[in-house]
Design a binder for this molecule. Sequence first.
Ligand code: I6G
Length: 668
Amino acid sequence: MNDAKSQIELLRTQIRQHNHRYYVLDDPSVPDAEYDRLMRALQALEAQHPELLTPDSPTQRVGSQPSSAFAEVQHRIPMLSLANGFNEGDLQAFNRRVQERLETDSVIEYVGEPKLDGLAISLLYERGQLQLAATRGDGLRGEDVTANIRTIGSIPLRLMGHDYPQLLEVRGEVYMPKAGFERLNRQQLEAGEKTFANPRNAAAGSLRQLDPRITASRPLAMYSYGIGDMEGDLNASTYAEIMHKLGQWGIRISPEMALLKGADECMDYFTEIGQKRESLGYDIDGVVFKVNRFDYQDKLGFVSRAPRWAIAQKFPAQEEMTVLLDIDVQVGRTGAITPVARLEPVQVAGVTVTNATLHNEDEIRRKDIRIGDTVIVRRAGDVIPQIVGVIKDRRPQQARLFEMPAHCPECGSAVVRIEGEAVSRCSGGLFCPAQRKQALFHFASRTAMNIEGLGKKLIDQLVEKELVHSPADLYQLSLEQVTALPRMGRKSAENLLHELEQSRTTSLSAFLYALGIREVGEATARNLAEHFGTLEALMAADEESLLSVEDVGPIVSGHIRSFFAEAHNREVIQKLREAGIHWPAVVQRAPQNLSLAGKSFVLTGTLSSMPRTEAKKQLQALGAKVSGSVSKKTDFVVVGENPGSKADKASELGLSLLSEADLLTLLQ
Ligand code: I6G
């Protein structure tokens, strides 16, 4: 019995340590299989000795049954809100107010942290055990979501160490990482369930589930931003010290937290976090600055339920409302017809947005978007603006449903939708000028034939004047023809012909990519070139040999075969080669001789010893495959400084993470 007790305690300690490394430090210490073994051993022992079961056991995260409602919780100390700042003036004014109230001219020390776009939460620990978790609610009363919060891996059921106060209320923000959000929405779509408009809604919806088993299946996480009530000794005189202690007790705190002197350093930090925003792996809507010293915080006090010692400096909103004026369609390179929303112009994150992609017909139906609706537009970083939802209350009576046109608006060919595919396509192929223009634009792009100066406008003119029908025609253009184009000087025409001349020397992989075969991106083109060595061998390849190429499955092999089976495509290739397009012989590698053959890598974050492109080249030279996205097939993720969401995803999938030092050892 005593033996079982100590064995159970040992297993619990080990599992808690692994949880801490995995969820809190983002630094897994054992493979998933080992973790699962420990968990199963603990479950088995607890089943044999139910009298030894305790609520803080790592096996007890999903213990409770669905409830019919959440109980109300009165907060021991109100959960306040924060004053907002929207520009540098607001931040400078905040700093001046702080100095004036403190009657000092000295530089004030602040702590800066990203402000997560999630839900505020209060966690009550008594003698180190998690007793109660409540949402913010109206700040005075929230909802008891303890059963759900217990399912979140990054929230400890029991604090680490011994020097924590008897009673400690930890406050923080529960959020859903962007990678987890994308995955959840994909799963929801596949299951025919409703998708979430953004990670915040997904986090809120997941936390307010009456069945904790559903919450347990959702990728939620938490960062703490301070404490509420407390009984016992804390021995801290600054916010930074408290946050450090919380970290030691196993609570997750932001790795971006920084000590800053005065408003100018705060402003620099705000700019820095703004630049990092897209790569953080979770949504943030600003930066919070807090006066670090507690004696100063006490002296500053509160005004209308917000502390005078803190400010939330906001980024420009990424979501705004506007009216959907109409839906047009655009024809892409492969004939895909994409509905595009025409919007009443609206400023989103500092840019005027007039169009947004609507992806496909199903997406419009699923979101129940109608022409005339008031919609929510989201623009994040470089991402094309999206319509995330409709405000149904504002739907006018005359709002209309969208209908996919039966004929291509560019060439009049029939629009077809293959069963099982979400995309509708123009059946006009390269007879459709829109497809031709897009194909030429792709052919000329930097990572394809790299024909500088051959942009969209020039391609439009060449196609409309019927000078160019296929990429091969580009190489037949004369100086007179190009000079005669509107707004084209002799010098520019000469430059274009020079660029075309230069592009005649290329590589097999760039040429394959330039052909624009469906779903053959740069990496697949490279794999095909290395595998087959010559264009002739690839053109003659049967399905079996295509399937043996890395990254090529039945769909891609089907696209490749039907591309080369098309007489018109073979003719264009022939003409291109006659026009002098050539490449050096491809050195086919013997993968079995290479130390990293068959291993797949993903690089994330900044490397200090070399650019990522160089690391990629060196890994590929050793036979490794370097991919841009993390999946179950990834063997190693190399994590540099300030890694992006790929590192989060890799941790979630339990993949092996390598540091830059590990990478250098491998390359040597
Ligand atoms: O809602 C919040 C987000 C982040 C906060 C907060 C915070 O600090 C990083 N801090 C306080 C003090 C409050 N709300 C009230």
